[in-house]
Each structure stands twice: as structure tokens, then as C-alpha cells.
Design a protein around this ligand. Structure first.
Ligand SMILES: N[C@@H](CCC(=O)N[C@@H](CS)C(=O)NCC(=O)O)C(=O)O
Length: 233
């Protein structure tokens, strides 16, 4: 078997092919940051068997040119940083890495559950028709109620989200980005969360006078508009 010349990224997409996952977007931004040539395989939930067959579990999933597999976003990011060290995803070395670990955990444990309670009900609308039943059934089982009920109080969650985003506003105020005067991995992590919401839900999470809005506009423009070229719900 001939060795592949570029790594292969399995990406999760909407019915019309837009990358949607909050865990895939940070990886896609990291790849763009490092300007690495990667082949992307866009798949819907119903095609996840291709990930499983190749040795993965969930999206994102990366197969390197030597056949090595990476089946989690943090493993992929760690691998990319080691294999392609420049430009670094973690400016400041060890302190940059611990900054990212803090931001990852905060996004995963605090921000993600709030966002789920605000946008989950909208996600089936952007999925391929083959995915809808699977998504609704699996997520209703996970949250223990109909998706509409789970998101019924989303208007009331606005102040909660507003407060949860505040540490990022403070960080952005220093140099324009969470990582300072240029974006890096902690920026890509928050971007992944908010881009997932932008692509899957028309529900407005924050207003135009918010520093988060300004930062998001800059993030959407990065790398020839990688984020912005993926249409909003
Ligand atoms: N911790 C994992 C989470 C990945 C994950 O949960 N991906 C979701 C998509 S957002 C998935 O593949 N779900 C498959 C399914 O629900 O069948 C990572 O960071 O890579």
C-alpha cells in the first residue's frame, strides 16, 4: 500500500455540507494556523461507520500519512503541535499550553452545557434528513426530555451566558485576542464553541455591541474567511 501524502481529517457536516462540530472547528483552525495540507472527508452522522471502520470513535478523527490515528480533538492538536511545531499553537511555551488546558476545560464543562441548553432544539433543522431521527433520539436520551423542553428557557439563559463569556472579554481587552495580540489555540477553542452555535442555530447569543461580537468578526475573517465562508444558520 502506498503511503498517503497528506493527513486525512474526518469532519462532521450539516445536510448541506457545512462543518458544524464544536470539537472539529478548533482542529480546523489549528490546521489553518499551521498552514498544513490536509485532506478533509466531510461526513454526516449516519456515515460515522466510516470513522469506526478506520479506527476512530467520534468526529474529529485524523489519520496521519504513516497510518497513525488520532481519535480526539486534543490528541489531534497535541500531535499537530509536535509534528509541525511552527508557528506554535501555544505562544509562551508551557504557560501557553496550560492557558489552553484551562480554556478547553472551561469551554467543555461550563460553556458547552449552557450553549447546548440554548441551541440543541435547532440542530436537527440543519442536519441531513438521514441524521434527524438519530440525532433527536440520541440527544433526547442524553438530556432526558424533548429537545424543545430542554431549550424552553433559553431566553432566560442569556445573562448566564453573558457572565460565562466575561473572562474571555477581560482576556481580549489586553491584546485583542484571548492569546494576546494574535490568535492561537485558546482563541480557536472558544471560536469552535461559538461557530458551532452560529452554523447550527439562528438564536442570537450576544449582541453587536459586545466585545465577543468584535472578536468573533476577526476570527471569522482569519485564513481567507475559513469561518465566515461557512454560512450561518
Ligand atoms: N472529546 C471529543 C468529543 C468529540 C465528539 O463528541 N464529537 C461528536 C460531534 S460534535 C460526535 O462525533 N458525535 C457522534 C455521535 O453522536 O454519534 C473530542 O474533543 O474530540
Amino acid at each position: 500500500m502506498t503511503e498517503a501524502t497528506t493527513p486525512l481529517l474526518y469532519d462532521l457536516v450539516t445536510g448541506d455540507g457545512r462543518s458544524l462540530s464544536p470539537w472539529c472547528w478548533p482542529v480546523k483552525m489549528a490546521i489553518a494556523h499551521k498552514n498544513i495540507a490536509v485532506e478533509t472527508k466531510p461526513l454526516i452522522f449516519s456515515e460515522k461507520d466510516q470513522v469506526i471502520t478506520a479506527g476512530g470513535k467520534t468526529f474529529p478523527f485524523l489519520v496521519e500519512t504513516d497510518g497513525q490515528i488520532y481519535d480526539d480533538s486534543r490528541l489531534i492538536i497535541d500531535h499537530l503541535e509536535k509534528k509541525y511545531p511552527e508557528p506554535t499553537l501555544f505562544p509562551g511555551g508551557v504557560s501557553g499550553l496550560s492557558h489552553y488546558q484551562l480554556v478547553f476545560r472551561y469551554c467543555q464543562a461550563t460553556l458547552f452545557p449552557t450553549l447546548v441548553s440554548m441551541i440543541l432544539v435547532d440542530i436537527p433543522d440543519v442536519l441531513d434528513p438521514r441524521d434527524k431521527d438519530y440525532f433527536i433520539t440520541s440527544r433526547e436520551k442524553r438530556v432526558g426530555m424533548p429537545l424543545a423542553d430542554y431549550c424552553a428557557k433559553r431566553e432566560e439563559l442569556r445573562p448566564t451566558l453573558n457572565n460565562q463569556l466575561d473572562p474571555f472579554r477581560k482576556a481580549m481587552a489586553v491584546g485583542g485576542f484571548i492569546c494576546g495580540d494574535a490568535p492561537a489555540m485558546s482563541d480557536y477553542m472558544l471560536f469552535g464553541m461559538l461557530q458551532w452555535a452560529r452554523v447550527t442555530s439562528p438564536f442570537e447569543l450576544y449582541d453587536q455591541y459586545d466585545d465577543i461580537w468584535d472578536w468573533m468578526e476577526k476570527m471569522l475573517d482569519l485564513y481567507d474567511g475559513l469561518g465566515r465562508n461557512t454560512a450561518k444558520a
